[in-house]
Design a protein around this ligand. Structure first.
Ligand SMILES: C[S@@+](CC[C@H](N)C(=O)[O-])C[C@H]1O[C@@H](n2cnc3c(N)ncnc32)[C@H](O)[C@@H]1O
Length: 192
């Protein structure tokens, strides 16, 4: 399975990531295509007992690893997991998610031709003021990371989210030499 097990978390400047993400205490956060939970586990610490992290991936072994690590870390009750294809209906109530993290997954969805249904589901589950946080590899040659041809420029990401009524806000943050972070939210007055 493409990408399974390859987290970007160890390639990014995590201090910059958390600073850009902002305070998440008490929020409901979706970690879309979470892998083995490299982002999910610190997210669970960050949202705390009053928050929730919904972590989904179609890699069942990754989800099993995440569940074991969450048990060990004592955050099992904060993390809800689902083995699911994010291009299909997400097992999440509409309008219930404050923040959806898509960490180095959008380029895979684009390469598989399923970015539109996946992003449509993201807009469905977001609260009206909900945020989508995208981490993507810089459009440059790797390794690390996928071939340049499948990487997405900021302009490409922005265009794909804008089609669904999500507009960029805040600064685009360089997360070290390999990746960038950009955040999006719904155009005022638009429902999906
Ligand atoms: C590059 S990894 C990133 C994992 C995680 N976001 C991280 O950086 O730690 C991509 C992940 O996306 C998952 N994935 C790819 N296509 C998917 C899909 N259609 N539905 C659910 N998960 C998918 C893979 O199983 C893999 O775990």
């Amino acid at each position: 399975m493409r990408g399974a097990g390859k987290s970007s978390y160890d390639l990014i400047d995590s201090d910059r990531f958390w600073k850009a993400l902002g305070p998440v205490t008490g929020l409901t956060v979706m970690d879309l295509a979470c892998g083995a939970g490299r982002y999910t586990l610190p997210l669970a610490d960050a949202v705390g007992a009053a928050g929730r992290v919904i972590a989904v991936d179609l890699w069942d072994d990754g989800i099993a690893q995440l569940r074991a690590a969450a048990r060990e870390a004592g955050t099992e009750r904060v993390i809800e997991t689902h083995v699911t294809n994010v291009a299909e209906t997400l097992p999440v109530v509409s309008g219930s998610v404050d923040l959806c993290l898509m960490a180095t997954i959008l380029h895979d969805l684009v390469a598989d031709g399923v970015d539109k249904p996946a992003l449509f589901e993201v807009t469905r589950i977001l609260k009206p003021a909900g945020i989508v946080t995208i981490v993507e590899f810089n459009k440059q040659d790797g390794p690390p990371g996928p071939p340049k041809a499948v990487r997405l420029s900021l302009e490409d990401v922005t265009r794909r989210l804008m089609v669904l009524g999500l507009i960029r806000f805040g600064a685009v943050v360089e997360l070290g030499p390999h990746a960038y972070l950009a955040q999006f939210r719904r155009l005022p007055g638009r429902k999906t």
